[in-house]
Design a protein around this ligand. Structure first.
Ligand code: GLN
Length: 492
């Protein structure tokens, strides 16, 4: 499918609806049509066309009555399949949750509704968010819209594909170690992972509680910021949500690079150069462009990067092994209660039948890392590495406003590429886990996806609760880069 006009972003859609230039119903139909036209890419697990059209018509009716509209009124948005929406199924990509329907809204879902957003449906993900490619979920893989034989990135791959093909102006994902930014980079859209505590996690299926945040995938930086504004802020139902007012992006935050101090950690781009020279070239070009536009590039030393992935996988699997213990086959999953098995056998049977291989591997790893005798060698040590990294990054803020690095060391890899060693896939997270370990906000912005080149993302990290600085840096990249073509979908 090719398009005369590219799909609109969050702000353009909201504005067109508010001004009566387009109805919410038309915007919603366009999003649903795009989802149908590209159904082969596996972005959606389930569309709620009737519910979405009903919400859209209600927005149009409210506007016709002259009522004040919410900031996202009529904007079609999808939800990763680990974020609860009342009366929708919720699977987190797992057989374990087959048949489950949510009786309630997650706080972020409720806030999207309150802002007037049209909820399109549930999008594809890796099982429980464990993965970097969106290949481990029960719904099958998500495919990259630039080349359907390549991965979309993960674990929020469905979100990235949906946004890239225009099936909604934005999507909510979750980011435990890069799951919003990595697919955003590989699919050529913007991915914003907020500061730990910026957004409530109430009603979000837990993976690793000290690392994860709900984040936003959108077509442009301001669209992502507008959605973050709607979903962020204190929440009485989540004690880890910071008692702060919602994020509020301002046009006065600036869009130009002039005066921006960009920390460039030594060796990071070279690491990407070794894995995929095209990534390094694109990042180098973007940084040079920002420097020419008035930014200062500040060399920074951050030596513990390799330890970051190891520490991340110890902490993430340890927390996952605890969080996933609630899936015991009694409350969720196969109703093994009729089998006449004892409780221990029932739990064991239900787990091996209902969890996929990667999830079982993570539970084993995490349980091992926490077990008596190994706790100090692994979990406690990972905590030390985490503190060291946080201190090293904190030291950088004296000299720079943001840190810049690639989002992914490589462009989207082929779906049929076999990784014999799971750590080869874990290594894709080398540049993203840092922000999660340190609780910091980070943004991935596309820097090049012209011609037949696969998309590449530039990542910025900022101090805690400084999302406004990320928005400024992201706007500067967009200003330097100009408009990028969007995918037309389908294998090429
Ligand atoms: N790829 C990482 C993991 O598998 C990150 C996933 C995520 O951010 N949810 O743990």
């Amino acid at each position: 499918m090719s398009r005369e006009t590219p799909p609109m972003g969050v702000l353009a859609t909201a504005q067109a609806i508010a001004r009566g230039e387009q109805s919410a119903e038309a915007a919603t139909r366009a999003a649903l049509d795009a989802a149908d036209a590209h159904a082969d890419l596996g972005a959606f697990v389930e569309l709620d066309a009737d519910g979405a059209l009903e919400t859209a018509r209600a927005v149009d009716a409210a506007r016709a009555r002259g009522e004040a509209l919410g900031p996202l009124a009529g904007v079609p948005i999808s939800l990763k399949d680990n974020i609860a929406a009342r009366d929708w199924a919720l699977s987190a990509g797992s057989r374990m949750l087959a048949g489950y329907r949510s009786p309630f809204d997650a706080t972020v879902t409720e806030r999207l509704r309150a802002a007037g957003a049209v909820l399109l449906g549930r999008v594809n993900m890796d099982e429980f968010g464990m993965g970097s490619a969106t290949t481990t979920g029960v719904a099958g893989p998500a495919r990259n819209p630039w080349d359907a034989e390549r991965v979309a990135g993960g674990s929020s791959g469905g979100s990235a594909v949906a946004v890239a093909i225009g099936a909604g102006a934005a999507s909510l994902g979750t980011d435990t170690g890069g799951s919003v930014r990595l697919p955003a980079a590989l699919c050529g859209v913007v991915g914003l992972k907020p500061t730990y505590g910026r957004v409530s996690r109430y009603g979000v299926v837990a993976y690793a509680s000290s690392l994860e945040q709900v984040g936003v995938l959108a077509r442009d930086v301001d669209g992502a910021a507008a959605v973050l504004a709607a979903i962020s802020g204190a929440c009485p139902l989540d004690a880890t949500a910071a008692p702060l007012p919602p994020f509020s992006p301002r046009s006065s935050d600036g869009a130009d690079a002039a005066g921006l101090r960009i920390g460039v950690p030594e060796g990071f781009v070279d690491k990407a150069r070794a894995a995929d020279p095209a990534v390094a070239e694109a990042i180098d070009a973007a940084l040079a462009g920002l420097r020419d536009a008035g930014a200062t590039l500040v060399p920074v030393r951050l030596e513990e990067l390799d330890a970051a992935v190891a520490a991340y996988y110890v902490i993430a699997t340890a927390e996952a092994s605890t969080n996933l213990s609630r899936y015991d086959g009694v409350r969720y999953g196969h109703r093994t209660s009729e089998t006449g098995l004892g409780l221990g056998e029932l739990i064991a049977r239900s787990r091996t039948e209902s969890f996929g291989d990667e999830v079982q591997r993570r539970i084993l790893l995490g349980t091992f890392a926490l077990s008596a005798g190994y706790h100090d060698a692994f979990y406690a040590r990972a905590g030390q590495v985490r503190r060291k990294l946080a201190n090293a990054v904190a030291g950088a803020w004296d000299d720079c406003d943001v840190l810049a690095m690639p989002t992914s060391p490589v462009r989207a890899w082929r779906l049929d590429q076999r990784f014999d060693d799971p750590t080869a896939v874990y290594a894709m997270d080398v540049f993203t886990v840092l922000a999660n370990l340190c609780g910091l906000p980070a943004l991935s912005v596309p820097v090049r996806s012209a011609g037949d080149a696969m998309p590449i993302g530039l990542q910025f990290m900022a101090p805690a609760f400084e999302e406004a600085t990320l928005v400024r840096a992201g706007r500067a990249v967009q200003a330097w880069r100009g408009a990028l073509p969007m995918p037309t979908g389908g294998p090429r």
